[in-house]
Design a protein around this ligand. Structure first.
Ligand code: AMP
Length: 220
């Protein structure tokens, strides 16, 4: 590892709903022993816990729209200030707007590189994936296709309230509208890579690791 990176991997995973960001983020984070920070999961936990923030976010999430930047930037600022992120992190679901991307840069102003990987998947594949996606009703774990009960806690599987067809279309269109500005924000950086997400989970994981290695190797 280079002196510049000190073995720290800070990874942002971009990609549309259903691209496999969550699965890949979890896999990558586990392999490196760093935390996975998913803003969607943090919000769903707040909804389940019935906190004030959860109650405010629920309606917005169920409509497939974006929760406000101030709330999201506050959540991520707090989470990335915890000591477990010092060795690195995988951030997933954030940033979704340029204001969030700018805020993230400001949070990480110590010069350590931020690797940004965009997972690309065609829209018709995403719609199919999201319609069959099931999560655990008890703990929120995303189940791979064909699973019958939660492998983590044995809970029953349910459809996410925002994975029905109308909301899926809205989420994809919100993503399409916001994504170009985020890609414009990052794509000229030498820490940005794209990965083909329309392949097996293992294939995407291998390409993701190679993309991160090529960024960090190039910075040496
Ligand atoms: P996800 O699990 O990443 O698909 O997120 C589920 C929902 O949570 C989104 O459709 C948004 O309503 C909300 N959400 C998650 N992350 C963000 C973010 N960075 N900015 C705004 N809304 C978000």
């Amino acid at each position: 590892m280079s002196a510049e990176t000190n073995g720290v991997v800070r990874l942002v995973m971009l990609g549309p709903p259903g691209a496999g960001k969550g699965t890949q983020a979890e896999r990558f984070a586990k392999a490196r022993g760093i935390p996975r920070v998913s803003t969607g999961d943090i919000l769903r936990e707040a909804v389940q816990a019935g906190t004030e923030m959860g109650q405010a976010a629920r309606e917005v999430m169920d409509a497939g729209r974006l929760v406000g930047d101030d709330i999201m930037i506050g959540i991520v600022t707090e989470r990335l200030s915890r000591p477990d992120t010092r060795a690195g992190f995988v951030l997933e679901g954030f940033p979704r707007t340029v204001a969030q991307a700018e805020a993230l840069d400001a949070m990480l102003d110590d010069g350590a590189p931020l690797v940004v990987v965009d997972i690309e998947v065609p829209e018709d594949v995403l719609v199919k994936r999201l319609q069959i996606r099931r999560i655990c009703g008890a703990c929120g774990w995303t189940a791979p296709p064909g699973t019958k009960v939660c492998a983590k806690c044995g809970g029953s599987l349910v459809q996410r309230t925002d994975d029905n067809e109308a909301v899926v279309r809205e989420r994809l269109s919100v993503y399409a509208r916001s994504t170009q500005s985020i890609l414009d924000f990052y794509h000229r950086r030498n820490t940005f890579r794209s990965v083909d997400g329309d392949q097996t989970e293992g294939g995407v994981a291998a390409d993701l690791s190679a993309a991160v290695a090529s960024v960090l190797g190039g910075l040496r």
